[in-house]
Design a protein around this ligand. Structure first.
Ligand code: E4P
Length: 220
C-alpha cells in the first residue's frame, strides 16, 4: 500500500519525502490556503521537489467550476505544467464528464469527494487513475465506514479496473490499518497523523530499558 502526504506545505513534504519515502502528495484548496502561498507558486514548488520521480501531486481544479468545459480547460492546462500532476475533479455530474474527457486525452485524474461505492464504480468506468474515498468525513459524521473501502476494492477487482483506491481524510493509525486490511491501494494523511502512526510509547520505553542495560554492560 502506498502512503501519500495530504498537504501543500513544502517543509512537511520535504521531511515526508526524505524521512518516510512518501509515495506521492495530495493537495486541495484548503491545504493550498494553509501553505500561505499563491496556488501556482506552491504547486510549482512541489512539482520541482518530485520532478524526475514517479511520485504524483494531485492538484484540484477551481471548485467554483460548474461547467465541464471550464474543468477540462483548467485540468489540461495544469497537466501541461508537470508530468507529475494528477488532476483532481469532484464527483459531481460535471466532474464525471470532465473525468471522462480528460481520461480520453490520457490526462490522469484523481476523482475526489467520493463517498459511495456507486460513485467509485462510475469513477473507474470513466478511467480515473485514483478514486479518493473520504472515510474520515463519513466517520466524523457517525457513519459506519468499515465496509465501504472493501466493497470498492472488490468491485474494482471483479472487473479488473485499473483505478487505484485512495483512502482519504485519514485521521488516525487505525484508519490506515483498516484501509490496508480492506485492500486499498493508497492512503493519504496529514503530517501529524503519520508522525503519530509511526510512533508507539512502548518503543521509547523499550529503547530506554535497552539503553540502561547497554550502559551497565562492559563493551569488551
Ligand atoms: C484528499 O485528497 C483530500 O485532500 C483530503 O483527504 C481531504 O480531507 P481533509 O483535508 O479533511 O483531511
Amino acid at each position: 500500500m502506498k502512503f501519500f502526504l495530504d498537504s501543500a506545505k513544502t517543509d512537511e513534504i520535504k521531511i515526508a519525502l526524505e524521512m518516510w519515502n512518501i509515495d506521492g502528495i495530495t493537495s486541495n484548496p484548503r491545504h493550498v490556503r494553509n501553505s500561505g502561498k499563491p496556488f501556482l507558486v506552491v504547486i510549482d514548488e512541489i512539482a520541482r521537489m518530485i520532478e524526475g520521480t514517479d511520485k504524483t501531486l494531485s492538484v484540484e481544479v477551481n471548485p467554483h467550476h460548474t461547467h465541464v468545459d471550464a474543468m477540462i480547460e483548467e485540468g489540461a492546462r495544469l497537466a501541461a505544467m508537470s508530468k507529475n500532476f494528477v488532476i483532481k475533479l469532484p464527483a459531481t455530474e460535471a466532474g464525471f464528464k470532465a473525468l471522462w474527457c480528460l481520461s480520453e486525452r490520457k490526462i490522469p485524474v484523481n476523482l475526489t469527494l467520493v463517498f459511495s461505492a456507486a460513485q467509485a464504480l462510475q469513477a473507474a468506468r470513466l478511467g480515473a487513475q485514483y478514486c479518493s474515498v473520504f472515510v474520515g468525513w463519513k466517520e466524523a459524521n457517525g457513519e459506519e465506514v468499515s465496509h465501504l473501502v472493501g466493497e470498492i476494492t472488490r468491485i474494482y477487482r471483479n472487473y479488473d479496473f485499473k483505478t487505484q483506491v485512495l483512502v482519504a481524510a485519514i485521521r488516525n493509525a487505525r484508519q490506515i490499518v483498516e484501509a490496508g486490511i480492506a485492500g486499498a491501494d493508497i492512503v493519504t494523511a496529514g503530517f501529524d497523523v503519520y508522525k503519530d502512526a509511526f510512533d508507539h510509547p512502548y518503543t521509547a520505553k523499550g529503547l530506554k530499558m535497552f539503553a540502561d542495560s547497554w550502559d551497565a554492560t562492559p563493551y569488551e
